[in-house]
Write a protein that binds this ligand. Structure first.
Ligand SMILES: Nc1nc2c(ncn2[C@@H]2O[C@H](COP(=O)(O)OP(=O)(O)O)[C@@H](O)[C@H]2O)c(=O)[nH]1
Ligand SMILES: [Mg+2]
Length: 231
């Protein structure tokens, strides 16, 4: 089984500088970045470090996921965002879980027992609560088999290339992971989660604005609930 590591960036130079040195690049059969049009030195950083860059034709993480799957040579893609949230020490774990078991998707969960969420030190955990609500909806309405999935939204995940193609994901931007999990529920794919410790973002602020992103999540949810399935 061959593994492709996909690094996702949009103006993420501060995070990259802090995190990239901890990424076990040599452990992967292929490593490339999909970049959404950075102008802050991110592209130059990748070039200096010998990481191939795939540019995007249109914006958003959804498009980035699709480009990665189109170009990847590996059987499994692991998606990594170097903004400081995701712990690079988890990267080898993804490989081990796929190698030892017949999983289609492996998710690093910020919500399960033993995990930590970025907001856990705060009193009002708005994003965490909203994520948990969307997550509950996905489980209740779409999961037909397998264990309760605790973090259907997190981008820190791996998926078999063949499984991704079967799901025919058209989700835009930050909805791509939520749609992936919902469609995987529908198709009864095997999903596995392990606990991760989410750290704080290193540079700048998240691009995912809470209210507009939440509305997009709702749209995806209802589309999956009432829409027609592409064959
Ligand atoms: N390739 C690509 N990466 C993106 C895009 N938008 C955001 N990212 C990256 O996706 C990761 C997560 O983004 P972030 O704004 O932190 O979202 P959050 O972690 O959900 O709050 C970061 O590494 C961003 O640089 C995009 O349009 N294309
Ligand atoms: Mg982030």
């Amino acid at each position: 089984m061959k593994f492709t590591l996909v690094i996702l960036t949009l103006n993420e130079i501060d995070g990259l500088k802090g995190v990239f040195k901890h990424v076990p690049v040599a452990a992967f059969d292929e490593v490339f970045a999909v970049d959404g049009g950075s102008t802050d030195g991110t592209v130059e950083f990748f070039k200096k470090n010998g990481v191939k860059i795939l540019p995007q034709k249109s914006k958003g993480r959804g498009e980035a996921f699709r480009i990665a799957v189109e170009k990847a040579k590996g059987d499994v893609l692991i998606f990594f965002s170097p903004d400081g949230n995701e712990n690079p020490a988890d990267l080898p774990k993804f490989k081990q879980f796929f190698q030892k078991n017949d999983y289609d998707i492996v998710i690093a969960s910020r919500m399960m027992k033993g995990a930590r969420n970025e907001e856990d030190s705060e009193f009002f955990k708005w994003r965490k609560w909203a994520n948990n609500a969307f997550n509950l909806m996905a489980n209740v309405f779409f999961r037909r088999t397998g264990k309760y999935v605790t973090d259907s939204i997190n981008g820190y995940r791996g998926i078999k290339k063949e499984a991704f193609k079967r799901l025919k994901l058209d989700g835009e931007g930050y909805t791509i992971e939520y749609q992936m999990t919902i469609k995987a529920f529908k198709k009864r794919l095997k999903i596995f989660e392990f606990p991760t410790h989410e750290a704080l973002r290193i540079g700048g602020e998240s691009y995912a604005k809470s209210i507009p992103t939440g509305i997009k999540f709702l749209k995806v949810f209802f589309k999956e609930l009432f829409g027609h399935e592409k064959k």
